[in-house]
Design a binder for this molecule. Structure first.
Ligand SMILES: Cc1ncc(COP(=O)(O)O)c(C=O)c1O
Length: 450
């Protein structure tokens, strides 16, 4: 464990030419940011260093990805060594050993008979790849009419057209035209009325899985390729799966031949205290999408993990042709593979998934300690993730969330906000004293906004 509480991010490098104008920032209020920039310039273990010299406790693992903490030497060295040995290896029709080794390691880690990995460069590409594999799989088996996809309200599956289409966040969809046809959505499972302040999985909500039966009744299962859900929805504000809900989706999919895809871009690699949410919840999906924690955020990389039966269905036909006409120039990039292998070694060496599991109870108590503060409408948690939902300020949705975020930042803690929901998902190396600092600061910030 390198989490010496005293570890300091390196000194800030010179900023150089920087009038901030040319960069069109993603998922950011650009004008607001540029009027009062927040620049991160260094990172180590649990902390970021800011351009103005401040040190920030990272309460969100970067963006749900730096599960082993920042700037881990083992990962940095593996990337540097690979960059000197071979920078890039042609991705199509040639291979390099690290990609095969990584696929093997992921197959070992994955639940059930999920035993093949297809590499991508991001969560969005993983989702689009998974949807294409699902449709192509049915086509391969003579069921080419199975083309419909089912997502869920408030789901986030990345920013590509596929992920946007099965996703269920209105702002991410409504400006961008028609999206994919043939997509239906399950209702989301969030209810303040029935499940506010649940600790862990809410007991209410399993019945919402029955909506899949209604979609099947409408279209017939023979036209549906796959259902995709985040086992725990992160980006739309930490929505925890009700007890029995995912089990019911699995049963319906088993009965009808619809593939079940778990988007584990956030929940993969220890976030809930197990390698995958699938393992944590004891439900094996047919396909798992991953990214983020796969390389500890150090190099962009994603992957789609599939069951043997799905992979094997493609291994027929002329051996001279690709079995799947899909891939990316940087699929299995050598630097990403080096980072991922070093990351998996680190997770294993420091037993970080078990560490997350052992801290989950303390983390849960700490976050629920905020329950009685003014304007706290709900607190929910699972593993090392928590969502704190605040009442919206009258006539100003999102303003309170932004205010709390800024106050935390001023006090040296980075949290994430989505509208009026604060999300917390620290690196798995966090110490108990830092959990106290995180929620102590958040509590002060919430009190101040009240
Ligand atoms: C569940 C889920 N799927 C997909 C994505 C998209 O990943 P990326 O931003 O790497 O494309 C995200 C990103 O937060 C995510 O949370």
């Amino acid at each position: 464990m390198t989490d010496a509480p005293t570890a300091q991010p390196d000194a800030a490098p010179a900023l150089g030419r920087n009038d901030l104008e040319a960069y069109w920032m993603p998922f950011t209020a650009n004008r607001q940011f540029k009027a009062a920039p927040r620049l991160l310039v260094s990172a180590k273990d649990m902390h970021y260093g800011m351009a103005d010299g401040r040190r920030l406790l990272d309460g969100c693992s970067g963006l749900w990805c730096v599960n082993a903490g920042h700037c881990r030497d083992e990962i940095a060295e593996a990337i540097a060594a690979q960059a000197r040995r071979m920078d890039y290896s042609t991705a199509f029709q040639m291979g390099h050993p690290a990609a095969f080794e990584l696929a093997d390691r992921l197959a070992e880690l994955a639940p059930g008979d999920i035993d093949h990995a297809f590499f991508t460069n991001s969560g969005s590409e993983s989702v689009d790849t998974a949807l294409k594999i699902a449709i192509a799989y049915h086509h391969r088996r003579g069921q080419g009419q199975r083309q419909r996809l089912v997502g869920r309200e408030r789901g986030y599956h990345g920013a590509g057209f596929g992920g946007m289409s099965v996703g269920g966040i209105a702002n991410n969809r409504k400006h961008f035209g028609m999206s994919l046809g043939g997509v239906d959505h399950l209702p989301h499972t969030h209810s303040l009325e029935h499940a506010a302040f649940s600790r862990g999985q809410p007991r209410w909500g399993a019945h919402l899985a029955e909506a899949l039966e209604s979609i099947i009744a409408l279209h017939d299962a023979s036209t549906i390729a796959a259902v995709i859900v985040e086992p725990m929805a992160g980006s739309a504000g930490v929505l925890i799966p009700p007890v029995g809900y995912l089990e019911r989706l699995r049963e319906i999919c088993d009965r009808t031949g619809i593939l079940l895809i778990f988007d584990e871009v956030i929940t993969g690699f220890g976030r809930l205290g197990a390698s995958f949410a699938a393992e944590y919840l004891g439900i094996v999906p047919d396909i798992i999408t991953i990214a983020k924690g796969l390389t500890n955020g150090a190099v962009p990389m994603g992957a789609v993990l599939v069951r043997k039966e799905i992979h094997d269905a493609f291994m027929s036909g002329p051996e001279t042709l690709p079995e799947l006409f899909h891939g990316y120039t940087y699929s299995g990039h050598p630097l990403a593979c080096a980072a991922a292998l070093a990351t998996l070694d680190l997770y294993a060496k420091e037993d970080l998934f078990a560490r997350a599991a052992s801290l989950a109870g303390y983390f849960e108590d700490a976050v629920h300690g905020l329950k009685d503060l003014d304007h706290v409408a709900d607190i929910r948690n699972l593993g090392l993730v928590a969502g704190i939902e605040l009442e919206a300020a009258p006539g100003a949705p999102g303003a309170r969330g932004y205010d709390v975020f800024l106050r935390c930042l001023e006090k040296g803690v980075l949290v994430r906000y989505t509208g009026d929901i604060i999300a917390v998902s620290p690196p798995l190396i966090i110490e108990k004293s830092q959990i106290d600092e995180l929620f102590g600061t958040l509590g002060e910030a919430i009190e101040e906004t009240a």
